[in-house]
Write a protein that binds this ligand. Structure first.
Ligand code: NAG
Ligand code: NAG
Ligand code: NAG
Ligand code: NAG
Ligand code: NAG
Ligand code: NAG
Ligand code: NAG
Ligand code: CA
Length: 530
């Protein structure tokens, strides 16, 4: 970070703090079953929002959302990759508990590419299914990524409606070798990316975010006319490489094409929030904005965002991989221009949503926390936080733990030297010797400990000889032991691949004449290089 950028970064916090103390908070009213909107971005970084210090200040709507709501600077995802973090959001459980991991290699990130055989287990209970108990109508708009074979799709797991795609928007593909990813309307495909739903890889032009915006506005309108509460899971994918934006936004950002995509998302968020006000339901709708994992800095500056002052990005368990931008908004209930330093997680949105809806949590181990005491706290100066750990996993390997301002790394790894030398760099310009290691390095006997307040970039491990180190380790060690001793991993769902499992002939393809013929089934153990 440059000096000027750092100044802006610090200044934005000063402004936030001033607003916090300068603002009279609203009196919380316990509304009955509010609508819930979770806006989950794809690969957007902590440093991409003006309110989190992005110097270009190109997110006026998100910044306004924060000014009217609550900012969470210590918010984490459950995994540094799309599929596992999305599974964790909807189950309230760590990937190792909900099965979204692999055992094909040690500490490997796994997801659901088209050749993936597995998906979300039928043993898991997803948020929309539980919300249904209180009459909620649920819609997902955008990326699913919890498995693309029929039994894994959203309408099989509690969602009433879906408009979007089951996998990433990679492509275009030659359909004889690999089908383009289908776009679904509810339980049937209505076309494919790069065919009916164009993404121009040269210019970066696509109208998909506009389509996903219209789907959201339409659903909100429809539900506002009904007497039932709604849950909208809005998951656009334009900030994931290949990044795209529509004509009106292309070329507008000073940050390049990635910034264009962010500006279009920001504009869409603004439209959704003002639509709630227009319909007069803003005081009855809880909205939370965040991202599924850190910015994909390995994709280069034009195709990825910013993780602010944090180390590395997507795929890693350094702060850049898992610390996320996060804003809560609910006029009349959440005090405006407030900041909560609560250590919080994507999985908390599961428990928080259940609490808001008045649904009791399912009888199983959950990793989320109900954040309503923090969100609805009428005293903006109340800094009493719940002391809870954040666990950083890669596959089934616990890599690190955060407790209070301290983070202890039990294992470190960026990627293999071989991969690194082939040009794949998870930490461009940020090598920290002994920390961003290119071998899986064990530190179990003597974890690397950082103070994230003094050293957010994880560059200066605290000396093992210091009193501070000894004190912190004595606090963290029993937390780790307790977690590991009581952990019951689910069966891993992301081990097997098969070309026959790809999206050759999704439901609805007959009507469109878009069924393709796949190869014979020939399953293999998926290779997960990092
Ligand atoms: C797909 O690949 C095959 C074999 O490489 C080739 O014959 C065919 O023309 C390609 N089709 C398209 C649409 O590019
Ligand atoms: C999706 O399906 C619904 C209900 O079947 C229909 O009303 C709507 O027009 C469809 N939307 C699109 C974009 O195809
Ligand atoms: C997006 O929509 C505009 C206006 O309808 C159209 O002119 C343009 O070709 C579309 N772009 C893509 C990539 O589909
Ligand atoms: C990034 O985009 C700019 C503007 O289109 C272009 O000039 C530059 O070459 C691109 N950089 C890379 C690394 O592709
Ligand atoms: C919760 O689950 C446990 C273990 O499966 C079971 O023993 C217990 O009876 C259950 N409790 C309730 C209230 O259902
Ligand atoms: C402060 O917040 C905590 C939880 O965040 C809550 O338990 C406590 O009652 C609050 N205290 C006041 C004075 O509001
Ligand atoms: C919050 O703290 C500030 C600064 O200490 C103080 O001026 C203000 O009166 C406090 N507000 C409330 C509501 O307690
Ligand atoms: Ca992602």
């Amino acid at each position: 970070m440059t000096r000027a950028a750092m100044d802006t970064f610090i200044k934005s916090f000063t402004i936030i703090s001033f607003l916090t103390y300068g603002c009279v908070s609203a009196t919380p009213v316990k509304a009955s079953t509010p609508n819930i909107i979770i806006m989950l971005m794809d690969d957007m970084g902590w440093g991409d929002l003006g309110v989190f210090g992005q110097p270009s200040k190109e997110t006026p709507n998100l910044d306004k959302m924060a000014a009217q709501g609550m900012l969470f600077p210590n918010f984490y995802t459950a995994n540094p990759l799309c599929s596992p973090s999305r599974a964790s959001l909807l189950t309230g459980r760590l990937p190792v508990r909900n099965g979204f991991y692999t055992t094909n290699g040690k500490a490997r990130n796994a997801y659901t590419p088209q050749e993936m055989v597995g998906g979300i287990s039928s043993d898991e209970i997803l948020l929309p299914r539980l919300l249904k108990k209180k009459g909620y109508v649920s819609k997902i708009v955008g990326k699913w990524h919890l498995g693309h074979r029929p039994k894994f799709l959203p309408l099989e797991h509690g969602f009433d409606q879906w408009f979007g795609a089951p996998n990433c928007h990679f492509g275009p593909y030659n359909s004889s070798k690999r089908p383009n990813v289908p776009v679904y309307n509810n339980s049937e495909m209505v076309g494919r990316y790069y065919e009916e739903f164009q993404i121009n890889r040269k210019t970066g032009e696509s109208n998909l975010t506009q389509l996903y915006l219209q789907e959201a506005l339409g659903f909100i309108h429809q539900q506002s006319l009904s007497s039932k509460p709604f849950f909208l899971y809005w998951a656009p994918d334009s900030t994931h490489s290949p990044v795209y934006a529509s004509q009106r936004f292309l070329g507008r950002s000073s940050r390049g094409r990635y910034g264009d995509a962010v500006m279009e998302i920001d504009d869409s968020v603004g439209q959704i929030l003002s639509w709630l006000s227009t319909l007069g339901i803003e005081q009855n709708t809880f909205v939370f904005f965040t991202s599924d994992n850190g910015a994909a800095v390995m994709s280069g500056p034009n195709e990825s965002g910013s993780n602010g002052p944090f180390l590395c990005g997507k795929e890693t368990t350094f702060e850049g991989g898992m610390r996320e931008p996060a804003v809560a908004w609910w006029p009349g209930h959440i005090p405006g221009a407030s900041v909560s330093f609560q250590l919080s997680s994507l999985m908390d949105l599961f428990s928080t949503s259940l609490s808001l809806a008045g649904v009791s949590p399912p009888n199983r181990t959950l990793d989320g926390l109900d954040l309503t005491p923090v969100l609805l706290n009428s005293h903006p100066n109340n800094t009493s936080l719940t002391d809870r750990p954040i666990f950083y996993y890669r596959g089934n390997q616990l890599m690190a733990v955060r407790l209070g301002p301290y983070k202890a790394h039990y294992w470190t790894w960026s990627n293999s030297l071989e991969e690194f030398e082939s040009g794949i760099n998870f930490c461009p310009g940020q090598e920290v010797p002994g920390v961003t290691t290119h071998v899986q390095k064990e530190h179990t006997m003597q974890p690397l400990i950082f103070h994230l307040g003094r050293d957010p970039g994880e560059k200066y491990p605290i000396s093992v000889l210091s009193m501070e180190y000894q004190t912190v380790l004595r606090r963290i060690a029993p937390v780790v032991k307790q977690h590991l001793d009581s952990l019951v991993p689910a069966a891993p769902q992301l081990n097997m691949c098969d070309l026959a499992a790809m999206n050759w002939a999704p439901a609805g393809c007959e009507k469109l004449g878009k069924c393709l013929k796949g190869p014979e089934s020939l399953p293999w153990k998926c290779e997960w290089p990092h």
